[in-house]
Write a protein that binds this ligand. Structure first.
Ligand code: FES
Length: 113
């Protein structure tokens, strides 16, 4: 119901299953029906992007956009541009179907102690 409700866990779950990209869309700043949910989303997405970078994923695979319900044309434009950008990045290295993850040495996937 609100971009502020999109938990980083939802995003990380999708990306860890091999989704190539995640776009979160919310109301423009000042227009959130829950007052400041979009401001919370902005902070959470920023933190999640930092986490993606630490994990070696391009943070362009996650995007936050402000699109109101009346901006159908803008929604289509944003989605088209996002899909093009994700295609240019190639498939997610976490997608088991493309087996890129199998090319990473196992020791690089282990967490340091
Ligand atoms: S209702 Fe909160 S971002 Fe739209």
């Amino acid at each position: 119901m609100c971009s502020g409700r999109v938990s980083p866990n939802f995003i990380m779950d999708a990306l860890s299953k091999g989704v190539d990209g995640v776009l979160v869309a919310g109301c423009h700043i000042g227009d959130c029906h829950y007052i400041s949910g979009n401001e919370r989303a902005q902070e959470r997405i920023g933190n999640t992007k930092e986490l993606l970078t630490m994990l070696g994923l391009d943070d362009k695979r996650l995007r936050l956009e402000w699109i109101s319900a009346s901006e159908g044309k803008r929604f289509a434009e944003v989605m088209t541009k996002f899909v093009d950008e994700i295609k240019s990045l190639g498939p997610s290295p976490l997608n088991p179907a493309n087996k890129i993850i199998d090319q990473v040495p196992k020791e690089e996937l282990e967490c340091p102690q």
